[in-house]
Design a protein around this ligand. Structure first.
Ligand code: MCA
Ligand code: AMP
Length: 505
């Protein structure tokens, strides 16, 4: 049996291939049949380049139907898909390409001036462009390729994708995701959330992370139904779509922005059956306010890039605000103390997980595998939480030094290292503070080097903008004489968080 994830999707496609997979912003539709043909052309073209199963294809493009079809084509051709956030800058992308050694790169046309020389330096033979409208030389070059392609046989343990996640220390790690990881999670989520014929999902998430690509698109592909596919989140357009759709998935920022729309009420959401939130904590007050306005209780779930989805509130049972629900079928979730012993219900500890959805390890980083997995093979999430007596998991914090801003992860260390490269900076500390729109906002506290003129906030921001993705750039930079430290000499980030917690502080 071919355990290629694409074959699983294909087995679920509607018999009538004229039915829509994508309904676009301008009302145009892309049918399953058209999607299959374009995907086959992309797969034929990539295979024709000499790329072999297991080779990586790095893709840093804006969202478009073609970007989704390129992902499916990679699966089909047995290539390992490596999506990159379109906001990443040259230095960030350079590291990923050097580490993953892809056989081909597909990028936004505006990136080509720096990407072409970078690829040449790294010995990457094939560089193609694809823009936000789905145009570019990839599409041109694949135009004449055959519209039939025999999906390459893959075993469940073969790699389907590599997704880079930032590290607490040092460089990013490539999470290796197998066909088994994705197929098991897609099958479980499709059933757990009760997908049914005729469901229409409103898709407003980016396609380069797990939430938008795997969670949302896989549920739709498993269901053989349609999604209303938008380039990005837009609260007004979402409201328009709620009148003709049934399922919505978003990060908490989507929900707080929806609450800012006067038109969000029971009537506008009357046709919807399910609102799902994840990627960052949903405040209980957002949950309650959303229910008051629309009559819908948001279903919150919890997952990670390395593991896919782990827990979810139930479709039929109680959706409990402030919790991420119950372990998904087939996923083991345990809460343990510092010694690794199971915590009783109500006690807070480290969350560890196991299951077919959990990655086999990190790309070419055996030492990280040792750190991130326990001796008995469970994955350490770095999240901290507790179970209620009836099995609901609540996440109360993170042992990893991570900021989640608008659903994107930012590791303070990476931003601090970039700030410290400024000659006028002696040291810096980066923390997350509450933010009404993004949940948490990145802020930096900077100590000038003795004898140097203190850098201004604008200088620090300008420096970072050229080096880091825009969502990592601090919303505020505070210049201070020294950082607060404890008796061990460690910077007291909690003091900084408290000091700068008030907006405008
Ligand atoms: C944009 N900006 C941000 C963010 N997004 N700042 C902080 N955090 C953000 N997330 C800033 C830009 O730098 C820019 O600032 C300004 O906002 C406008 O940019 P624009 O792109 O127009 O913003 P937007 O369209 O309003 O985007 C906000 C957004 C977007 C819709 C919340 O960030 C988004 O779609 N987030 C979803 C992330 C996601 O998919 N996460 C799932 C990861 P300036 O003008 O100063 O440059 S997967 C995951 O976490 C796991 C597996 C899970 O459980 O799901
Ligand atoms: P990422 O590495 O981008 O996949 O982010 C995974 C992290 O997002 C998890 O380890 C959690 O810290 C966080 N996360 C995801 N979903 C939730 C949620 N519903 N509530 C709280 N944190 C979440």
């Amino acid at each position: 049996m071919n355990e290629n994830l694409y074959s699983l999707f294909e087995s679920r496609f509607p018999a009538d291939r004229a039915s829509p997979l994508l309904i676009l912003d301008d009302g145009r539709e892309l049918s399953y049949g058209e999607a299959e043909r374009t995907c086959a052309r992309f797969a034929s073209f990539l295979a024709g380049l000499g790329l072999a199963p297991g080779d990586r294809v790095a893709v840093q493009v804006e969202k478009s139907p073609e970007a989704l079809l390129l992902y499916l084509a990679c699966l089909r051709a047995g290539l390992v898909y490596l999506p990159l956030n379109s906001a990443y800058q040259e230095g960030e992308v350079g590291y990923f390409l050097e580490n993953a050694e892809p056989g081909a790169v597909v990028a936004q046309p505006k990136s080509l001036p720096w990407l072409v020389p970078l690829a040449a330096r790294l010995g990457i033979l094939h560089v193609f462009s694809l823009d936000e409208h789905g145009a570019g030389n990839l599409v041109e070059a694949a135009r004449g390729a055959p519209e039939a392609f025999a999906t390459v046989a893959r075993r469940a343990d073969d790699l389907a994708a590599i997704l880079y996640t930032s590290g607490t220390t040092g460089r990013s790690k490539g999470a290796m995701i197998t066909h088994r990881n994705l197929a098991s999670n897609a099958t479980v989520l499709h059933a757990f959330w009760g997908f049914r014929p005729g469901d229409v999902l409103v898709h407003m998430l980016p396609l380069f992370h797990v939430h938008g690509l795997f969670v949302a698109c896989h549920c739709v592909l498993m269901n053989g139904s349609a999604m209303r596919f938008h380039a990005k989140f837009d609260a007004r357009r979402a409201l328009e779509d709620f009148g003709r759709s049934t399922v919505f998935m978003g990060v908490p920022t989507f929900y707080t922005r929806l609450l800012g729309e006067a038109g969000l009420d029971r009537e506008s959401c009357g046709r919807m059956r399910l609102f799902i939130s994840g990627s960052a904590p949903l405040l209980a007050e957002t949950h309650e306010e959303f229910e008051r306005r629309t009559g819908h209780r948001i279903l919150e779930r919890y997952g990670m890039t390395e593991t896919g989805m782990l827990t979810s509130n139930p479709l039929a049972g109680e959706r409990r605000a402030g919790t991420v629900g119950l372990p998904l079928p087939g996923t083991g979730v345990r809460v343990v103390d510092d010694e690794g012993s199971a915590c009783p219900a109500g006690e807070i500890g480290h969350i560890q997980v196991t299951g077919d959805n959990v990655l086999p390890g990190y790309w070419r980083m055996p030492e990280k595998n040792k750190e991130e997995f326990t001796a008995d093979g469970w994955f350490r999430t770095g999240d901290v939480g507790s179970f209620s007596p009836d099995g609901y998991l609540a996440i109360v914090g993170r042992s990893k030094d991570l900021i989640i801003t608008g659903g994107y992860n930012v590791y303070p260390k990476e931003v601090e290292l970039a700030i410290d490269e400024l000659p006028a900076v002696a040291e810096s500390a980066v923390v997350g503070v509450p933010h009404p729109d993004f949940g948490e906002a990145v802020i930096a506290v900077v100590v000038p080097r003795a004898g140097s003129a203190a850098p201004t906030e604008a200088e620090v921001v300008a420096w970072l903008r050229s080096r880091l993705a825009n969502f990592k750039v601090p919303k505020r930079v505070h210049v201070v004489e020294e950082l607060p430290r404890n008796t061990m000499g460690k910077v007291q980030k909690n003091v900084l968080r408290d000091r700068y917690a008030t907006p405008g502080a």
